[in-house]
Design a binder for this molecule. Structure first.
Ligand code: ACO
Length: 311
């Protein structure tokens, strides 16, 4: 009965155990996982676009092959995550429909444009750096398939972060114009990267329950602080500045203090009014429609194979 199943679930969570697809789970737990994993999968897939924008214009063959590999990794992350969400009883077609119709969320960060090559560096360093801070604790999430997908994703994200740092390092040690391009990209990506962690704890409706269920292990503000503390020393190595006059070490707290985030901008982006929201969804829709023949052919092939197996 439900009371007994609930007690078993609660005990498993309390003992740091894992919940697996066939286990009983509260409906709200299932729903919140579908929401978070689905949004996460969509973010990986939409996140291919800002960088895909530079594949044909990468400054060398070496840079081009690295960038292509990275964008392919993101497609792979999306697929692991859609598969993890499918274990909860939603199918990928439904999730894709929701994305294309604009009813599913994806990370705010991917609604910003990538006008210069230095944006590839800033995305790798800051956006993937923020993603790592947020996702390493998710390797310990209570839902097994999500936690296991995260282990592999985090390994690949670490490489992505290093390649972004290296692009910026090369630019910041290059000509004056290259250094200025790197600085401009960092100036544009810094604040949106801080917004990736979500609203402040006091305005985060899902955090308390997700932390009680051990899906989230740290709050939005805790992870944001961890990211700032990790990134400031790296900016010094790069020889670039971060665009926040209030950013300074606080000896008493043992952390960097930083300025106020523009939450109005965050809310606008979430409402679909960011700089690239329309473009991102339009591109995703066109790619989905353009790929219809591939899905049809794959389905026809699978039907033929299964008939052969029966004969
Ligand atoms: N962009 C878009 N939506 C966001 C963002 C963001 N940066 N931050 C929060 N939100 C949304 C939440 O999804 C939630 O909306 P919903 O209730 O309609 O689903 C709402 O704002 C309130 O936020 P929270 O209550 O704090 O939501 P939650 O507990 O889910 O925390 C967080 C948000 C931290 C993003 C969490 O979902 C998470 O850790 N997700 C997994 C990581 C992820 O999705 N990363 C994607 C970008 S990284 C990458 O792809 C490279």
């Amino acid at each position: 009965d439900t009371t007994e199943a609930q007690a078993e679930f609660d005990a498993r969570i309390a003992a740091e155990g894992r919940i697996e697809p066939r286990d009983w789970m509260p409906e709200a737990y299932r729903k919140t996982l579908i929401r978070q994993i689905g949004q996460h999968a969509h973010s990986e897939i939409i996140g291919m676009q800002p960088e895909g924008n530079w594949i044909t214009r990468a400054p060398s063959l070496k840079r081009k092959s690295i960038l292509m590999a990275k964008v392919q990794d993101e497609a792979g992350h999306g697929l692991y995550l859609y598969s993890a969400a499918e274990t909860l009883g939603i199918d990928r077609d439904t999730m894709t429909e929701q994305l294309i119709e604009g009813t599913a969320r994806y990370s705010s960060i991917f609604n910003y444009p990538t006008p210069t090559w230095a944006d590839m560096g800033a995305i790798g360093w800051l956006v993937d750096g923020a993603a790592i801070c947020n996702q390493v604790p998710l390797c310990r999430a209570s839902y097994g398939p999500y936690a296991r997908a995260m282990v592999r994703i985090c390994k690949e994200e670490s490489f992505h972060q290093r390649q972004g740092f290296e692009i910026l390092y090369e630019l910041s040690h290059g000509t004056e114009a290259q250094k200025a391009m790197a600085q401009d990209a960092v100036n544009r990506w810094w604040w949106p990267s801080l917004m990736m962690f979500g609203p402040p704890d006091a305005d985060s409706p899902n955090s308390a329950q997700s932390m009680a269920w051990k899906i989230k292990r740290f709050s939005n503000d805790e992870l944001r602080q961890r990211f700032v503390d990790m990134t400031v020393p790296q900016s010094e190595v790069l020889g670039l500045t971060l665009p926040d006059p209030d950013l300074k070490w606080n000896d008493e707290r043992g952390h960097y203090d930083f300025g106020e985030i523009d939450w109005t901008e965050f809310k606008e982006v979430l409402k679909g009014r960011g700089p690239c929201n329309h473009l991102r969804i339009a591109n995703r829709k066109a790619a989905h429609e353009g790929g219809a023949w591939v899905r049809e052919a794959a389905t026809a092939y699978a039907v033929k194979q299964s008939r052969r197996a029966v004969d």
